[in-house]
Design a protein around this ligand. Structure first.
Ligand code: C5P
Length: 400
């Protein structure tokens, strides 16, 4: 699915080294269905040629405010009206300052003054320039005026410095554009999502756990946030960063996850159980480290509570979505769990297939209700999560 289908994007390019990424950015935006027209400042032309931008965008490139021929083709006012979005990438400190103070001394800054379209800036500059008081004040003012500031990222810079000031990478900028256009159909809704593994203590230094990375649950949290939801993420121990905007509730054991889920689920609109919860816990957790002894050792295990089943048994249950990681008979087992646990939907994946599921960056799902099945083909977990959230939205609205 192309998320920027028929969107008209004016890509403003100002004169920073990151301008060399502009052709790739145009390619990736057009892959998503956008029409992109490039507008260059005169210093940007030192880093990237109008000819290459024209070749990848399929449109003539505009770079001169006072060129009668260019103005006849598509003048600055027409460009300002044509745009659904103006993205300036890279946005140099100089261009940011000009836009902040309303200067209109080149085609790009003039379009920014003349447009009613949203404007997004992807700052790119030396870290000292980024941190300077005047740049920070300009950025703050622009944010207050409703402009979108995407980035910058931190890292090694072209000048050899390290710090904030790098332009966001092309995939991140494309993702920002896609998010910008995604409908906020979940605004006002509260989603509670469980993610990651649980750790079941054996003694103070040992535990039983599994290979869950938390990536799928975190991607669902991100996708729900992108669609406007307030998200609470109840997460077992993982090594990944939670999505910005999610309320993180860190837990270790299934018992802790159960406690948090039962407290939060009654206020939720939707509950997604993506965590790989340990089915068993240790019957008697040793208070001291267990010492080695000869021969075998035995640990007695007892059943953990089934979190998603308990949530689905609540009197005012939220719309409840479970996961089924299977290695065989996927449909049969998934549908069995759907019914037994009283779920609204179950997202099944075949974890025996290499390159999807546990610890992988990609996944593929079949989402079952009692009446239908929707296939989500192999894709990045971010994309699979976006589609899963859409399936949940569609299913909920059809059953209301
Ligand atoms: O029964 P099984 O563990 O295969 O079911 C998987 C689904 O149940 C997942 O959604 C998982 O998050 C949830 N689950 C749970 N509590 C457990 C075990 C599984 O919420 N104790």
């Amino acid at each position: 699915m192309q998320l920027l289908q028929n969107k008209n994007i004016v890509l403003g390019i100002s004169g920073g080294i990151a301008a060399y990424k502009a052709p790739e950015l145009i390619r990736r935006l057009t892959d998503q269905g956008a029409n992109v027209r490039a507008v260059l400042t005169s210093s940007a032309k030192e880093f990237v040629t109008p000819l290459s931008l024209q070749a990848v965008s399929g449109y003539p490139v505009s770079d001169n405010l006072l060129d009668p021929a260019a103005e006849l083709a598509m003048g600055h006012i027409e460009l300002a009206k044509w745009a659904d979005l103006i993205l300036i990438a890279p946005a140099t400190a100089n261009t940011i300052a000009k836009i902040c103070h309303g200067l209109a001394d080149n085609l790009l800054t003039t379009i920014c003054l003349a447009t009613a379209a949203p404007v997004a800036l992807a700052p790119a500059m030396n870290q000292q320039m980024w941190h300077s008081i005047i740049t920070q004040q300009n950025i703050m003012q622009l944010r207050d005026r409703g402009l979108h500031i995407w980035g910058p990222a931190a890292g090694i810079q072209a000048c050899g410095d390290t710090g904030f000031g790098r332009m966001l990478d092309v995939p991140d900028l494309v993702e920002q554009c896609c998010q910008f256009y995604q409908s906020k159909s979940l605004s006002g809704q509260h989603w509670v999502i469980t993610a990651g593994p649980t750790q079941e203590a054996i003694d103070p230094v040992r535990y039983i756990s599994n290979h869950s990375s938390g990536k799928m649950g975190y991607a669902i949290a991100q996708a729900a946030i992108n669609a406007g939801a307030n998200v609470t993420l109840i997460s077992g121990p993982v090594n990944i960063t939670p999505p910005k905007g999610a309320e993180l509730v860190p837990v270790k054991s299934a018992q802790e996850m159960h406690l948090q889920a039962m407290a939060l689920a009654p206020t939720a609109d939707t509950f997604v159980a993506c965590a790989a919860v340990a089915d068993y816990k240790v019957a008697d957790i040793a208070t001291q480290k267990i010492k080695k002894s000869a021969g075998t050792m035995q640990i007695n295990l007892v059943k953990n509570p089934d979190i998603v089943a308990d949530v689905a048994a609540l009197k005012n249950k939220p719309f409840t979505v479970g996961f089924a990681a299977e290695t065989q008979n996927v449909q049969q087992y998934a549908l069995g769990k759907l019914k037994k646990k009283n779920l609204d939907l179950i997202a099944a994946n075949d974890v025996s297939v290499q390159g999807q599921g546990f610890n992988s960056d990609d996944n593929a799902l079949i989402v079952y209700s009692t009446a239908a099945a929707v296939q989500i083909s192999l894709a990045s977990k971010a994309e699979v999560a976006r589609q899963l959230v859409q399936v949940i939205i569609d299913y909920k609205s059809n059953s209301e």
